[in-house]
Design a protein around this ligand. Structure first.
Ligand code: ZN
Ligand code: FE
Length: 241
């Protein structure tokens, strides 16, 4: 049994993720901010939706939630910590909790930094990580609420997941992240190889994600930061880049 994840491009540069448990056909959508393309993607995949997962409260991740819920009549799962600023939740979760999708189980990981109540979901079946706006391909989320210490600790948790984890993030930011990564780490051969692959995908009109955690660990400057102080300096530099 395994879980598969496909990106659904929405809004300007967001991705919602359509998840499917191969055993049962159970289906979930992550961060359904734009209802129309999401409902279309679900219909195209068989018209079944068992669950909505939310990574954080920002409108570009949540805005379509109530409409998608009304269409498929399925439960919405989100962070207990942010229950007051998320759409109406049917299941509130926090670090260590699990969420079932068919025969598969997701682990909930608290990843404060971009927002205080940010959570990520990890499916060991399929090694699928829904990294929201915490970990991007070749980048990480802005510290809109959390401290550098929190974000650094959150990224270290994600870095400890299995090497073949597929990083399913919330935005197509990879090319602009790549420009920054190359500026701060110009001699990194793994980064150059990573960027070449990204350019190939993007020029073919394909999403650059998901990426593989093992590749991120060798190329993503925010995962390569050796300590909080260097992470803090790097994040500040990216904000000015
Ligand atoms: Zn956000
Ligand atoms: Fe976002």
């Amino acid at each position: 049994m395994t879980v598969t994840a496909s990106p659904v491009p929405i809004l300007k540069d967001n991705y919602a993720w359509l998840l499917r448990d191969s055993d049962t056909g159970a289906t979930a959508i992550v961060d359904p901010a734009d209802p129309q393309p999401i409902i279309e993607a679900i219909e195209k995949a068989g018209g079944r939706l068992d669950m909505i997962l939310l990574t954080h409260h920002h409108a570009d991740h949540t805005a379509g939630t109530d409409e998608v819920r009304a269409r498929f009549n399925c439960p919405v799962v989100g962070a207990a910590a942010d229950r007051n600023r998320l759409p109406r939740l049917d299941q509130t979760v926090t670090e260590g909790d699990t969420v079932r999708l068919g025969n598969a189980t997701a682990q909930v990981i608290d990843t404060p930094g971009h927002t205080r109540g940010q959570i990520n979901f990890f499916f060991p079946d399929g090694d699928i990580l829904l990294s929201g706006d915490t970990l991007f391909s070749l980048g990480c989320g802005r510290l809109s609420e959390g401290s550098p210490e929190e974000m650094y600790a959150s990224l270290r948790k994600l870095a400890a997941l299995p090497a073949d984890t597929l990083v399913c993030c919330g935005h197509e930011y990879t090319e602009s992240n790549a420009r920054f990564a190359l500026a701060v780490d110009p001699d990194n051969a793994a980064l150059h190889a990573f960027v070449a692959k990204v350019e190939q995908l993007r020029s073919a009109g394909q999403p650059s994600v998901p990426s593989v955690l093992e590749d991120e660990l060798k190329a993503n400057p925010f995962l390569l930061a050796p300590d909080v102080a260097s992470f803090t300096a790097l994040r500040a530099r990216k904000d000015r880049f």
